[in-house]
Design a protein around this ligand. Structure first.
Ligand SMILES: [Zn+2]
Length: 214
């Protein structure tokens, strides 16, 4: 199947028939996907916060977004300060992405490193909330949380709710850092575009269309 950049989120979703929607996973994968696109600006980041965190009631709208050692972005505002902070956006997004992907990679490492789950619980960024007769994990990051901490709180909710899926199917690609869910132990460090080479199997390479230009 051809994979366009916009298909990443959909194809990365666990494809289990009858499974309930998983908004925190959609939000987390959405951040990883969008933040890797060159054109994603402050407006996109602000919309992502509004859609996935503020409107569902997980947090108050943050005025600024910080990533330690990378910079601070003014999310709501105009003028010199906001304009100046936009220059730091690529650095902030890249640093947050690296921290999130490193934490997720820990889940498939040997030995497993899942300390970000305990850290998220300890920081109060994920909590158990009782809804009717059941209790669920919910994200509740503070508005001053680092961007990576906010994104990791979303993944922490999904991991705590679906741990066996992560233990079995989480894949973090060593080549492009893409996060997907695939079956097969051999694929844990790959993505559909960078399948591991297996002895006895030839790597699939898209043939060049030689007829073009004839
Ligand atoms: Zn890849």
């Amino acid at each position: 199947m051809a994979t366009s950049p916009t298909a990443v989120t959909a194809s990365a979703m666990p494809a289990h028939r009858g499974s309930e929607p998983r908004p925190p996973l959609v939000a987390g994968l959405g951040f990883l996907h969008s933040s890797a696109q060159p054109g994603w600006g402050v407006g996109g980041l602000r919309d992502w916060f509004t859609e996935h965190l503020v409107d569902p009631g997980h947090m108050r709208a943050p005025m600024v977004i910080t990533e330690p050692a990378a910079g601070t972005i003014v999310l709501h505002g105009s003028g010199h300060e906001a304009t100046a902070s936009q220059a730091a956006l690529p650095r902030v997004l890249a640093a947050a992405r690296i921290r999130v992907i490193t934490a997720l990679r820990g889940l498939i490492a040997s030995p497993t490193d899942d300390r970000f789950l305990a850290a998220a619980i300890f920081a109060g960024r994920v909590r158990r909330r009782r809804m009717q007769t059941e209790s669920h994990w919910v994200a509740q990051p503070e508005p001053t949380a680092p961007l990576s901490g906010v994104v990791l709180s979303l993944f922490a909710v999904d991991v705590l709710s679906h741990r066996e899926e992560y233990d079995r199917r989480l894949c973090v690609c060593d080549v492009c850092n893409r996060v997907t869910f695939q079956d097969g132990e051999i694929r844990r460090k790959s993505c559909p575009d960078h399948q591991p080479q297996v002895s006895g199997m030839t790597r699939r390479v898209t043939p060049t269309d030689r007829r073009r230009g004839e």
